[in-house]
Design a binder for this molecule. Sequence first.
Ligand SMILES: Cc1cc2nc3c(=O)[nH]c(=O)nc-3n(C[C@H](O)[C@H](O)[C@H](O)COP(=O)(O)O)c2cc1C
Length: 221
Amino acid sequence: MELREAIKGRRSIRKFKSTEIPRSLLEEILAEARWSPSWGNTQPWELYVITGPPLGELKRLNKEKSLSGELPAPDVPMPEKWPEAMKGRYGELGRIVLDTLGIPREDKEARNRYYLGMTGLFDAPCLLLACVPRDLRMEYAMLDIGLIVQTVCLLAHDRGLGSCIMAAAVLYPDLLRSIAGIPDDRRVVVGVALGYPDDAYPLNNFARPRAKMEDFARWVD
Ligand SMILES: Cc1cc2nc3c(=O)[nH]c(=O)nc-3n(C[C@H](O)[C@H](O)[C@H](O)COP(=O)(O)O)c2cc1C
């Protein structure tokens, strides 16, 4: 696949078929993703690949925690405030998602059902958890993780797989630690749901808005 086609064609997939991803394919993708850049070539990432029964257990307990109202305690704090322009775009995404699913804003129950689906990782047959050493300064480690995660998503797309980068997958890191055997001295940064996309699902098809190039490029010449 052309790089440009892959960059534009990759999109967040929010419903997956139950088909398992062959281990050899995941290995290929991860081996290629090693060529991602990182600060001083430190390659600070560790990717946990969770599938099969442990993933089923993770989804079940994740859902249970969310339903019980347990407060999320992610290793990387969630943003609490957004500058106006970003707040607007975030709100717009929420509106598009609800409209696409035909959920009226005031239908709290249907909204909650959707968010609960997120705790079940949109039925993905595979979850990657991207981790970094806890004692590493966060800022550049986050950048390095972003680079490898996007590389994985593009490589997955090239192989016909869908992905969704998910902060919602790492809200309860102690659960992830116990299921995946992640040591305490690692920070669980973000999850990536992976699987074959359910192409007919409306949320896998809506038109995604983007700011114009002129809105973010500043020319100095
Ligand atoms: C750090 C990060 C965390 C994200 N967390 C979630 C999430 O928890 N749930 C979700 O549905 N999408 C999540 N997304 C996906 C974004 O909503 C998506 O990338 C954005 O709307 C742009 O759409 P696109 O990926 O289809 O181009 C996340 C993306 C990033 C980069």
